[in-house]
Design a protein around this ligand. Structure first.
Ligand SMILES: Cc1cc2nc3c(=O)[nH]c(=O)nc-3n(C[C@H](O)[C@H](O)[C@H](O)COP(=O)(O)OP(=O)(O)OC[C@H]3O[C@@H](n4cnc5c(N)ncnc54)[C@H](O)[C@@H]3O)c2cc1C
Ligand code: FES
Length: 267
């Protein structure tokens, strides 16, 4: 059951660089923390109205008590303003928004949960993994995370993932950590070595990576839930700027998604 979005005026409690050009924003809100589901996102007001009007969409990265965490990569104006913000400053957040990943305790069935993340596409997964373990009672040993980035320094939170007891397979384009190559190549390799076919699949990352993963899993007769990124205006279904063709219909990424079945997306 999705909650109605709330407009929260809160305080920043942290905004630290965790990898070159990547920051973790922390905001306090017990109200939002109790409502969010993994894969949902918030529309963040990055700065003053005189500097920037449109809010920017960011996934919920982690929730700890009443603290909301957002992992973001600095791209342009909005995230460029956001990275300058300091603890103690006010911030306005609209959320939770969208339809997140589908998972339930019926998935605690010994089948592998295979998560594939590329770059900042890792953002929704620490929260998903934590909810899979704590709420759906999925054995951490049944969760597999394939996480790729350009190089080692952009793989964020590896030690934290290791502490959860999940199986972690990093990959880098330059081979500085884990497998040298793409996440799609690593997925195929792990599958050939045995064990990864016949699971529940979840993905988030660049479009080309998602398309590759959908093609691979389709060959095995499997489906993958993917979180899509599209340029957004309102984030609440009103402006139609985020529309994409899915299963023959034009759907809004912000309210009908951002998570969809990958085989239904017209890539
Ligand atoms: C549902 C959803 C969840 C997201 N979660 C995260 C996250 O957790 N961490 C993260 O780093 N990024 C995330 N993104 C992408 C993030 O919203 C953009 O990188 C960000 O809006 C860029 O804003 P900017 O002003 O810095 O860049 P600019 O290029 O100056 O932005 C100009 C406009 O384009 C939009 N835009 C630019 N790039 C993207 C993009 N890739 N996706 C959507 N809109 C874009 C902006 O929102 C803005 O309206 C998410 C996007 C969506 C749709
Ligand atoms: S962003 Fe306005 S309808 Fe989706």
């Amino acid at each position: 059951m999705r909650s109605m979005p709330h407009l929260i005026e809160s305080k920043i409690s942290g905004n630290d660089e965790v990898a070159p050009g990547h920051f973790v924003l922390k905001v306090e809100s017990s109200e939002l923390a109790s409502l969010v589901q993994p894969g949902q996102f918030a529309q963040i007001k990055c700065g003053d109205e005189k500097d920037i009007i449109l809010r920017r969409p960011l996934s919920f990265y982690k929730i700890e008590g009443k603290t909301l965490f957002f992992l973001y990569k600095v791209i342009g104006k909005g995230t460029g303003i956001l990275k300058m913000r300091s603890p103690g400053e006010d911030i306005s957040i609209l959320g939770p928004l969208g339809r997140g990943f589908w998972f339930s305790d019926s998935m605690a069935n010994g089948k592998k949960k295979i998560i594939i993340a590329g770059g900042v596409g890792i953002a929704p997964f620490p929260f998903l993994i934590s909810e899979m373990i704590s709420k759906a009672k999925i054995n951490p040993g049944d969760i597999v995370l394939i996480y790729g980035a350009k190089k080692k320094e952009f793989l964020i939170g590896l030690d934290e993932f290791r502490k959860t007891g999940i199986s972690l397979y990093p990959s880098t384009d330059d081979g500085s950590e884990g497998f040298k190559g793409t996440t799609a190549e690593l997925l195929s390799k792990l599958c050939k070595e045995g064990g990864l076919k016949g699971g529940d699949y979840f993905g988030c990352g660049p479009g080309i990576m998602m398309k590759g993963i959908v093609e691979i899993t389709k060959k095995w007769g499997e489906r993958v839930q993917v979180s899509l990124e599209e340029r957004m205006g309102c984030g609440v279904g009103a402006c139609l700027s985020c529309v994409k063709k899915i299963n023959g219909k034009y759907l809004r990424i912000c309210t009908d998604g951002p998570v969809f079945w990958g085989d239904e997306v017209e890539w």
